[in-house]
Write a protein that binds this ligand. Structure first.
Ligand code: AMP
Length: 142
């Protein structure tokens, strides 16, 4: 299974925000879309950063009630690790585990084509394991 297989099912819809918006807008977006992170893009769809629930929790602890007015640019992670559609899902799972993040944008020839989450990765790995079990069962019983 490859990242491209996940995108075929999930689609290439990307939830994003601009860096000058307030954290309150990012929080509203996460709640409305039932997601854990938003990508921060410039007007050319280039990645400037990523802002996840974890960043917002840390910021709440630091800034308390002032957190809502902070700019997204002040709270986001700037060095964003990306992957390609050709990457094996198992490798992305290893990377997420080792580097302790749950979201990875997908770039194809420098162009943003999707974002996968740990939920997508786990779902894909479970389906792969189930398919292997089924293939082995058929091999044994035929
Ligand atoms: P998450 O587990 O995705 O909620 O993110 C945990 C931390 O890692 C947060 O500080 C995020 O901003 C950051 N983060 C999430 N995804 C990435 C990524 N692909 N590259 C670099 N940092 C990330």
């Amino acid at each position: 299974m490859f990242v491209s297989d996940i995108l075929k099912i999930k689609g290439t819809d990307i939830v994003s925000i601009t860096s000058d918006e307030p954290a309150a807008a990012a929080i509203a977006l996460l709640c409305e879309r039932h997601i854990g992170a938003v990508l921060v893009l410039d007007s050319h769809e280039r990645i400037l950063g990523i802002l996840s629930e974890r960043d917002l929790v840390r910021a709440m602890n630091t800034f308390r009630e002032e957190v809502f007015a902070k700019r997204v640019s002040e709270l986001m992670t700037q060095r964003v690790v990306t992957c390609s559609p050709q990457d094996p899902v198992a490798a992305i799972m290893g990377m997420m585990t080792a580097q302790r993040f749950r979201h990875v944008p997908v770039l194809e020839e420098g162009r943003l084509v999707g974002l996968i989450s740990i939920g997508d990765v786990v779902k894909s790995r479970i389906e792969e394991a189930q398919a292997e079990v089924e293939a082995l069962r058929q091999y044994i019983t035929t």
